[in-house]
Design a protein around this ligand. Structure first.
Ligand code: GAP
Length: 444
């Protein structure tokens, strides 16, 4: 399949099956915003939960934070965002459309017109806090979650009684007034980030940076991203930001971007730049007492920062497969193109679907009861409409790993048929043992 076609298929599937809708669509939309529908919110929550489990729950050296989106304007002055968070903007002299300079050629892509000279454009979205829209009340919607962690550094250190090295994880919304949002949910004006700020002694910075690079790559691969779809791009010395001692982007084979690769996550050794900047601007010391040297040190910080929305897009693209002529054994599905979303079970919106063979109450009543019992533990769908082959295909298309068929024999033998999405193997499992059977399969 052509890469461009794959993107169209994902956008269409996302809309048709309720993963992702255009934001404010009823009123013509709002550019750069997207809404996650009934299945999208489940996928997104599962990605965030898998990230939190790996990076907080399973490690003894990480704590969490949920800082406010609105912060004192002084934060953005100290961090450098009011001075440096600019993109160069060019405007077409003929049609007046505006573009990011580094994303277009010499002529306007819409009408071929000439561009004006580039002007710097600040990406932060301004707002006023309080009933008066004065300059004093002006602040910004945060363009990254990271600053909340730096500003709360001392409070976290004191209350969690941590010693170096330790890290803080945070998931939350960020906002950037992107000049050209696009490529579906890849570049948007409102998005979510999963960020880690890992604090360590300065001389351990590069070792820990390398460990995080490997750990983050392993996380993506562990959730099913294929080797051929993911790689590192390590910045050359002359490409590094002035505060960075090392930066790597984790790139995904998106069906757009430079040479078909674009950024999924950034990992940087930000040195002591951020804590020092906030210490200077606030007049408060932001350091850790080192028992060995009996001195205060300002830690270095390693920052793995991933976009949730880009993760959703990458996992959908990576999992999408079409099978010409179908693969089901049921006759009604022959010769059709079948879509299978081979999502990792940890990410699949529904872990199982209960499908009674007929919608007669003899089968539908106990089948509904079975679905209700399983819902104590997992998100479980129930579907009794259309042929069983069609219902399997509906579940394959949204990535449900297990379909549970309740048939007339189930009334006699108290067993159901469990069908595996990927292998299509069918197991006959006793209802009493079904939860344990699924739990063993869904162990991750
Ligand atoms: N605190 C570091 C930081 O914010 P970044 O590279 O600007 O670094 C980190 O952003 C991640 O956030 C990116 O790798 C990307 O996944 C996501 N991201 C950034 N801007 C985005 C946008 N406009 N739309 C969607 N995701 C975005």
């Amino acid at each position: 399949m052509e890469k461009k076609d794959l993107m169209e298929k994902i956008v269409s599937l996302a809309k048709r099956r309720g993963f992702i809708f255009q934001g404010s669509e009823l009123y013509g939309g709002l550019q750069g915003t997207w809404d996650y529908g009934p299945l999208g919110v489940l996928l997104k929550n599962n990605i965030k939960a898998a990230w939190w489990k790996k990076n907080v729950q399973e490690r003894g050296d990480m704590v969490g934070l949920d800082a406010a989106i609105l912060m004192n304007r002084k934060v953005w002055e100290a961090s450098g965002h009011t001075k440096f968070m600019f993109d160069d903007l060019v405007e077409c002299k003929t049609c007046h459309h505006r573009f990011r300079k580094d994303k277009v050629g010499d002529k306007c892509p819409d009408c071929g017109g000439e561009f004006s000279a580039a002007k710097p454009f600040n990406l932060m979205l301004e707002t006023a806090v309080g009933p008066v829209a004065s300059d004093e009340n002006k602040t910004f919607l945060r363009p990254e979650t990271a600053q909340g962690i730096f500003v709360d550094f001392s409070a976290i250190l004191e209350t969690s009684r941590r010693k170096l090295p330790f890290g803080v994880a945070q998931i939350g919304k960020s906002f950037r007034n992107e000049i050209t949002p696009g490529n579906f949910i890849f570049r948007t004006r409102e998005f979510e980030q999963m960020e880690i700020e890992y604090f360590c002694k300065p001389d351990e910075g590069m070792r820990i940076y390398e460990a995080w690079r490997q750990s983050r790559l392993a996380w993506w691969k562990g959730l099913g991203i294929k080797d051929e779809n993911i790689k590192f791009y390590e910045y050359r010395k002359d490409e590094l930001a002035h505060y960075s001692a090392g930066t790597t982007d984790i790139l995904f084979a998106f069906p757009f971007g430079k040479d078909g690769w674009d950024e999924l996550e950034g990992i940087a050794n930000r040195t002591d730049f951020d804590l020092k900047a906030h210490a200077k601007a606030s007049g408060q010391e932001l350091g850790v007492y080192d028992e060995e040297t009996k001195e205060k040190v300002v830690p270095y910080v390693i920052e793995p920062s991933a976009g949730v929305d880009r993760a959703v897009l990458a996992f959908l693209l990576n999992a999408y497969e079409e099978i010409e002529g179908g693969r089901s054994t049921t006759t009604d599905s022959n010769k059709e193109v079948e879509t299978v979303l081979r999502l990792h079970p940890a990410l699949a919106p529904y872990k199982a679907a209960v499908l009674p063979l007929s919608k007669k109450p003899e089968l539908s009543v106990p089948a509904r009861e079975l679905a209700a019992a399983l819902r104590g533990r997992w998100m479980v769908d129930y579907d009794e409409v259309a042929s069983i082959g069609r219902r399997y295909r509906r579940q394959d298309e949204i990535g449900t790993p297990y379909c549970i068929t309740f048939d007339f024999d189930s009334l006699e033998d108290n067993k159901v048929t469990v069908r595996d999405r990927d292998t299509m193997a069918q197991d006959r499992v006793s209802i009493a043992e079904l939860e344990a059977y699924l739990a063993a399969k869904l162990k991750y």
